[in-house]
Design a protein around this ligand. Sequence first.
Ligand code: URA
Length: 438
Amino acid sequence: MLPQWVIETKRDGKQLAEADIREFIRAYAAGEIPDYQMAALAMAIFFQGMTFEEVTVLTDAMMRSGDLIDTRSLEQPTADKHSTGGIGDKVSLLLAPLVASCGVAVPMLSGRGLGITGGTLDKLEAIPGYCTALSPDSFLEILATCGCAITGQTADLAPADKKLYALRDVTGTVPSIPLISASIMSKKLAEGSANLVLDVKWGKGAFMKTLEDARELARTMVAIGHKMGRGMTALLTDMNQPLGCTAGNSLEIIETVEALQGKGPKDLMEVTMALSAEMLVLAGVAESLETARVQLQSKLDSGEAFERLKAMVTLQGGDIRTLDETSKLPQAGLVEPLDAEANGVVAEVNADLIGRAVLLLGGGRTQVTDTIDPAVGISDLCKIGDTVLLGQPLLNIHANDRSKLDAAKQMAQDAITLSDSSGTAPALIVETIRPENV
Ligand code: URA
């Protein structure tokens, strides 16, 4: 295989041979193909796209570039969930223990936040002591003990993707559906879960800005996973307004605890229940989505799901006193409301701007090396359709710096639009995509 021939083939819009894709990825991961040739191929893929056969081979090659986690020793069936990310998306934190409490093991390898999108690992690290760097053996041990574990990806998991993603980031080749699909799926499939439910978000605060792009990404990933023998479903969900009423790491842990105690906001619960029910059905512990919902609700009502979260946090070294008494989590020094300047109905809560406000406060990163402040963020966020009166708080800002608080307040003000008439939120769950309809 001559790398330049492979690049030329794709540049000219022709299909790549399976052996060439596999060898190109192997050689790139091994350092035998330089970045400039990989970047040229990524750009050719960006413009010419890939057939389904090509993208499946690319995913498989990237998945096999490193370790594969073997979950076959677990007694329970396995299912995982992946979200393409958004503002206030703390679904993983409540879904993993909830689904585990219904008898499905949830092996979850998560990421950190970058830009406006928060990361599950950053949220969990707001809990003092919580370890997000488990070895594969401890990961499996914790899974076997309590049914769920959430940790970071090791360097040995899909290393070809790690290298390629960093290269795409600086060569303008991130927004390519074949490359995004192969990148996400190579990591998720290496995790060893037999079933995978995808939450593909669309809208202002999402990676995919249009519903059409989100649908295409979801369909591609469902088809890849199905072809590789995994149970797959994807939900297309709204990310034009943030999910739930908090954004910021410590604040999202508090909202998770409240949700597991039966006090979760409607939209957060709706998305969590819908994704969890799909996992139970795929894993074979529920016959239908309706019976799955009954099982899930009973685990919430009995407190078992919350106990499961505490068991996982304990096993991963976290201080569960902070979950029993959430005032022990990191707290910001300044908390100030943003008040409504008129009577009205909330017509828009722009997720992108709320994400930027959290970033300004220091709750996210603009570069991978940035450190984040777990205490800062936004709470008590109003939702589209809420009626508000002049002077009533639309949200609370939690900050540790006066000038950052003022800047974030301005940003949050710009995020919220009030109108005279009633506001209607976009549909929260737009569509369900299964292998039979892709
Ligand atoms: N997230 C990933 O893991 N990969 C992409 O290419 C885009 C988002």
